[in-house]
Every structure is written in C-alpha cells, then in structure tokens.
Ligand binder design. Structure first.
Ligand code: ADP
Ligand code: C5P
Ligand code: MG
Length: 209
C-alpha cells in the first residue's frame, strides 16, 4: 500500500528535494520564546521564519477541509498528523525565494521527524533548543494575549505533557547526533538573543545588522 510519504514524494515531483535549502529547527516548550527569537534571527541573519503552529492556524482560517480537524487538535494540545503539517511546510518552502529557513515548532514528535526527513530529504543544519522552566513558560503563555484558543491553563497543562512525552525525545535524538544548540531561555529577551546570536555567528552566518 502506498503510504502518504510515498505519495508526498511523488506529489513534490522532486521539487523540494531539488531546491537546495538550509534548515534550522527551532524547538522548545510552549512559551519558551521560539517565535520571539525567530523574529530577531530573521532581522539579523536573513532567514525566513516558518512556524508550524502559524501555518496550521492559517489553514483553519482559510476554510480548508482539514480546518475542523486541526482546530480540534490544537484545542486539545495534540499533534496534528504529519501529512497535514508537512504539506504546509513544503508549500511554504517551495513558494519562498529564500534558501534559509527557520522551522519553528516542528518536528514535534518522532512521526513528524521521520516523515519530514523521508519526504523532503532535508536534514537540519542544527537544532536550536530553548530551555525554560514550566513555571516561566506558564507565566508567559497566560500573559501572551494573542487570543489563542490553547492559551488556557487546561490546554497548557496538556501541551506541557505532550512536550515532555513526544517532543523532548526528538531533541534527544538530535542531541545524540551533536546537532543541538541549547539556549538558556529563562533570561530576558535581549539576553536570550545574545546567546542565539553567538550560535548563528559561529555557524558562519553573516551578520546583516
Ligand atoms: P513560543 O513561540 O515558544 O510559544 P513566544 O515567542 O510566543 O513563545 O513567547 C511567549 C510569550 O512570552 C510572548 O508573549 C512573548 O512576548 C513572551 N516572551 C518571549 N520571550 C520572553 C523572555 N525571554 N522573557 C519574557 N517574556 C518572553
Ligand atoms: O508552536 P505552537 O505553540 O504555535 O503550536 C500550537 C499547536 O499547533 C500545538 O499545540 C499543536 O496542537 C499544533 N502543532 C502541531 N504540530 C506541529 C506544530 C504545532 O500539531 N508540528
Ligand atoms: Mg510560537
């Protein structure tokens, strides 16, 4: 039987595989500051920011046939099947003229990781991991005020459990390959960016400003 990975590979017709891209995965618990720091990295190092969560929320808004499924999973803090998320990421990479991408909030579990690698053939350059305590992340999420359906205490607790059970093993997988750059994300925004800046400077990315 043809799996979605086979179908997606055919679908892409080699297109993403043929586009030579640099990818950095940006991981960390909910509220650890991934989106905030990605905006800084875009400004200083010329990457394009792709947030898996933002792409999924845009898909709900667009009235897509998967909208209800995605909405229900986000409300429960569950991870949407890779098939859906990878299609959105592939499309975003393909449509963008840039060749350097920050992929934020993905891969969130082993299924995300293995399917993305198999479908796109892309290996991350490195993985930026924002390390932050649950107390601090909870405080930030409850103050975020972006009207998100999942920033309430019940869903936040579920998201923390999913992060520990499903997402941390992905970080451990890349750590064993020497690819994780761990950042102390509990500091104020400027202090966190100083650590982020050194990671990108060492990796050879030119500082634009
Ligand atoms: P994530 O994308 O990891 O869920 P966000 O970047 O959306 O996290 O940040 C969550 C909230 O915390 C936002 O309101 C943001 O302004 C705030 N925030 C981000 N980084 C910090 C920080 N280092 N210190 C204090 N608040 C922060
Ligand atoms: O990263 P962000 O906090 O924006 O993600 C919000 C929600 O989107 C997650 O809790 C999850 O329900 C969904 N998501 C997902 N798969 C991903 C990224 C996000 O299902 N790879
Ligand atoms: Mg975010």
């Amino acid at each position: 039987m043809e799996t979605f990975v086979d179908a997606a590979k055919k679908d892409a017709n080699g297109s993403v595989q043929n586009k030579s891209v640099t990818v950095v995965f940006v991981l960390g618990g909910p509220g650890s500051g991934k989106g905030t720091q990605c905006a800084n990295i875009v400004e200083h190092f010329g990457y394009t920011h792709l947030s898996a969560g933002d792409l999924l929320r845009a898909e709900i808004k667009s009235g897509s046939e998967n909208g209800t499924l995605i909405d229900n999973m986000i409300k429960e803090g569950k991870i949407v099947p890779s098939e859906v998320t990878i299609k959105l990421l592939q499309r975003a990479i393909q449509e963008n003229g840039n060749d350097k991408f920050l992929i934020d909030g993905f891969p969130r579990n082993e299924e995300n990781r293995a399917a993305f690698e198999s479908v796109t053939g892309i290996e991350p350059e490195f993985v930026l991991f924002f390390d932050c305590s649950e107390e601090e992340m909870e405080r930030r999420l409850l103050n975020r005020n972006q009207g998100r359906v999942d920033d309430n205490i019940e869903t936040i607790r579920k998201r923390f459990k999913v992060f520990l059970d499903s997402s941390l093993p992905v970080i451990e997988y890349y750590n064993a390959k020497g690819k994780v750059r761990k950042i102390d994300a509990a500091k104020p925004i400027e202090g966190v960016f100083e650590s982020v800046r050194s990671v990108f400077t060492v990796s050879g990315d030119k500082v634009a400003a």
